[in-house]
Design a protein around this ligand. Structure first.
Ligand code: ZN
Length: 105
């Protein structure tokens, strides 16, 4: 995974279309995540709805990341999904997963 994660902040262009930069970032993420897929071919979904806690098929994760955006990891005290604050353990997992994918590699 590229160390440059700025694509996560650039989901929409001025016309509210998903940017190519974001699509490329998502694709790169999916390629990486597939190395850690489970026996059913599912991977963790780091979208704002799933908060890295759910597993889905790559196509669905791609859709989620386009639709909901990728989980925010700017500050560990503010890391949360769209609905609730994550617990300590979940937060650590999500943060490592998004920021330091090497932990699962
Ligand atoms: Zn999701």
């Amino acid at each position: 995974m590229s160390s440059d994660r700025s694509w996560m902040q650039h989901r929409f262009d001025e016309r509210n279309n998903i940017t190519d930069e974001y699509k490329d970032g998502v694709k790169e993420f999916i390629d990486f995540a597939l190395k850690k897929k489970d026996t059913h071919g599912n991977i963790r979904c780091p979208c704002n709805e799933c908060g890295n806690l759910s597993f889905h098929q790559p196509e669905r994760v791609t859709y989620h990341l386009y639709r909901y955006g990728i989980i925010e990891v700017s500050d560990k005290t503010q890391l949360h999904t769209g609905h609730r604050l994550l617990g300590d353990e979940e937060r650590k997992l999500a943060k490592y997963y998004v920021l330091g994918c090497h932990i699962f590699a």
